[in-house]
Design a protein around this ligand. Structure first.
Ligand SMILES: Cc1cc2nc3c(=O)[nH]c(=O)nc-3n(C[C@H](O)[C@H](O)[C@H](O)COP(=O)(O)OP(=O)(O)OC[C@H]3O[C@@H](n4cnc5c(N)ncnc54)[C@H](O)[C@@H]3O)c2cc1C
Ligand SMILES: *[C@@H]1O[C@H](CO)[C@@H](O)[C@H](O)[C@H]1NC(C)=O
Ligand SMILES: *[C@@H]1O[C@H](CO)[C@@H](O)[C@H](O)[C@H]1NC(C)=O
Length: 186
């Protein structure tokens, strides 16, 4: 009988499916938009609040005691080589962001240094001699100075930090064509 009928159950089912899909789609956009936004801006900004920063950078030493003197010396030579190279290739005129990055790096280098007892000792030195990161020369002389402090406690010879620019060859002379060469370290 061709009587005007209401919607068939099949039609209601399809309509309901479309509406639910629409709601799901809209709510997923609503949720994903702010979180994508947070990933790129809000979270990092919060993470670098001064208070969080400080406890992250100066928290307890993470590695266990190393003990083995041979391993300790090998690690130390490699680490100092790397540490001084970081300073030698730091910009002469860093931005505030670059200076802040180096400072944070030094603290985390200390916290995560793989010889726990060395890290404890180095942490005390950082309290006494906070990292200087205003320029390449300041950073290089500061690193030389703290290396000498470690030397002193190990009864090693003391290096004259006034000569560090001439002494330390990071092997990067070729890319010093902009006049910001390491010879300017002094
Ligand atoms: C952060 C840190 C903490 C440490 N703490 C301890 C500790 O508590 N106890 C312990 O036993 N050992 C510690 N060590 C290891 C120790 O400092 C030595 O690395 C290790 O004893 C080997 O010494 P070395 O005589 O071979 O010369 P190193 O002191 O390792 O020096 C290696 C070489 O680096 C070069 N160098 C020296 N000065 C500079 C400079 N200013 N710029 C560039 N290059 C330079 C020189 O050619 C030198 O011979 C620590 C190392 C580090 C990095
Ligand atoms: C100490 O470290 C050295 C160098 O890593 C290694 O060759 C040696 O076997 C270690 N000694 C012990 C007792 O683990
Ligand atoms: C520390 O001691 C090492 C090993 O004796 C020496 O080569 C170096 O010049 C000293 N000073 C610094 C700052 O590295």
């Amino acid at each position: 009988m061709p009587v005007a009928r209401g919607p068939t159950p099949r039609f209601i089912f399809i309509l309901l499916g479309a509406v639910l899909t629409g709601i799901f789609f809209l709510s997923s956009i609503h949720k994903s938009t702010p979180s994508a936004h947070q990933t790129s801006t809000s979270i990092p900004t919060k993470q670098f609040d001064a208070s969080v920063d400080r406890s992250l950078l100066t928290g307890h030493v993470i590695a266990p005691k190393l003990g083995n003197e041979t391993a300790k010396a090998e690690l130390g030579r490699a680490a100092w080589k790397y540490f001084h190279t970081v300073m030698a290739r730091f910009p002469d005129e860093p931005t505030a962001d670059e200076s802040s990055a180096l400072k944070s790096y030094v603290y985390l280098f200390q916290r995560l240094y793989p010889c726990g007892e060395c890290a404890e000792h180095f942490g005390e030195l950082l309290k006494e001699f906070p990292p200087q990161t205003s320029s390449r020369s300041a950073a290089a002389v500061w690193a030389c100075h703290v290396h000498n402090q470690v030397n002193k406690s190990l009864n090693k010879e003391i290096f004259d930090c006034a000569n560090i620019g001439d002494f330390y060859d990071c092997g990067c002379a070729d890319d010093e064509t902009d006049g910001s060469g390491k010879k300017k370290v002094n």
